[in-house]
Design a protein around this ligand. Structure first.
Ligand SMILES: [Zn+2]
Length: 78
């Protein structure tokens, strides 16, 4: 979840990011975040039941680690 510096939303710089899973606030100075964030902005398409829905969320690094630790097949890394 992203909090912007004005009501004009996405045209403005991100002021802080809130982890959707744990609620941790990650501040962003001049649009530059102070720690790692996993950001998802995904639009579902046919044949998904969610066809046409845009889903957005942010996770802090430790919540990302918890989420991926549940994967049967590990994340591919370079
Ligand atoms: Zn978190």
């Amino acid at each position: 979840m992203r909090k912007y510096s004005s009501e004009q939303q996405e045209k403005q710089m991100v002021k802080k990011i809130i982890c959707n899973r744990c609620g941790k606030e990650i501040s962003a100075e001049n649009g530059i975040r102070t720690e790692g964030v996993f950001s998802v902005d995904f639009r579902w398409e046919y044949p998904a039941d969610k066809d046409g829905e845009r889903h957005q969320f942010d996770l802090c690094e430790s919540c990302y680690d918890r989420m991926t630790a549940e994967f049967v097949v590990p994340v591919e890394m370079e």
